[in-house]
Design a protein around this ligand. Structure first.
Ligand code: ZN
Ligand code: ZN
Length: 332
């Protein structure tokens, strides 16, 4: 099969013909229908996350068709369509696992980082960590829900149910989905982009943001919560400035540049800064149930698998509207 391999951080992905993997116990072999390109992939490829298995197949937003099952794997029928997220395996024994926080498992293995992912024609997954997907969604549109959507959903929950005025910093794959979920929940959305990115601001307004502007600009009224998707530490004090007393700032990314020093008064009055890490299977069950009953428009740019390196470059340059998705069936 064709797989796009990361052999070393900082080097371009290499197209390689590798043997199709065999499913082990509780694993399914999937024919990859679509695999989303996430900013985390970029952090791994660029060496900002420092301990990937190498060589590695990136990709943790996999929509695949079950073509074979290993011993004891019976959850999904052959020919069924499943989604594979970032959380690929947990120990079930450590304290976080035993207290409903498997996202923080001390021995967790992550798809497209510790385990080979979906930048390939076939992929393996432990069936216990796969999700059934809403039937109505085409594979390419379902793929970004598996991380951008899911982490966005967990971040929205961390922002608090009471956060009616919500700021989103960085209007990419995750924010464009979360904005629609937040609107469906009756929240008001304020979108912050890079200065002068009129196209992203227009895109945000089309998806229900009532205001969109540059990240250094104060919003027209104080926010009750903000979620930072852009990997830019300077946005933390900027978002704290924008939230009202008691407001929460959620950092949703796995990596961020350093946060500059800021005066204590920005945190004073019970403002909270927190991060969101990974996902639990429960997040996934909740989110896909919500996605099945909420009309979500997923803006997708389909890219042939062999062009994965170009897709990463476009994401790095901030030239993507919505989400890029690798589609092995699409010819380069
Ligand atoms: Zn554990
Ligand atoms: Zn991701």
């Amino acid at each position: 099969m064709l797989a796009m391999l990361l052999e070393k951080a900082g080097r371009p992905l290499v197209p390689a013909e590798v043997p199709r993997p065999e499913p082990g116990p509780r694993q399914v072999l999937l024919r990859v229908l679509a695999c989303g390109v996430c900013r985390t992939d970029l952090h791994v490829a660029d060496g900002e996350l420092s301990r990937p298995k190498l060589p590695l197949v990136l990709g943790h937003e996999i929509v695949g068709e079950v073509v074979a099952a290993g011993a004891g794997a019976s959850r999904f029928p052959a020919g069924g369509r499943v989604g594979v997220p970032w959380l690929g395996w947990t120990c079930g024994e450590c304290r976080p696992c035993r207290t409903g926080r498997e996202n923080l498992c001390e021995r967790a293995r992550f798809t497209g980082y510790d385990l080979d992912g979906g930048y390939a024609e076939y992929a393996l997954a432990d069936e216990r960590y796969c999700f059934a997907l809403p039937e109505a969604l085409p594979a390419a549109e379902a793929a970004p829900l598996l991380c951008a959507g899911l982490i966005g959903y967990r971040s929205l929950a961390a922002a608090g149910d009471g956060a009616g005025r919500l700021g989103l910093y960085g209007f990419g794959a995750a924010a464009h989905i979360v904005a629609q979920v937040a609107r469906a929940q009756g929240r008001r959305v304020f979108a912050f982009t890079r200065e002068g990115d009129d196209a992203a601001q227009r895109f945000a307004r089309e998806l229900g943001a009532e205001w969109a502007g540059a990240s250094g600009t104060p919003p027209p009224e104080p926010l009750e919560a903000a979620i930072i998707f852009a990997p830019v530490g300077a946005l933390v004090p900027a978002a704290l400035r924008a939230v009202a007393p008691g407001g929460t700032v959620v950092c949703a990314g796995i990596h961020m540049s350093d946060i500059p020093a800021f005066p204590y008064r920005l945190l004073w009055e019970e403002r909270v800064v927190r991060s969101v890490a990974n996902l639990t299977r429960r997040d996934g069950e909740e989110f896909f149930a919500l996605a099945a009953r909420t009309p979500i428009r997923v803006a997708v740019e389909a890219v042939p698998l062999a062009r994965a390196q170009d897709a990463l470059a476009r994401l790095r340059e901030g030239r993507v509207r919505g989400a890029e998705v690798l589609v092995p069936g699409l010819r380069a």
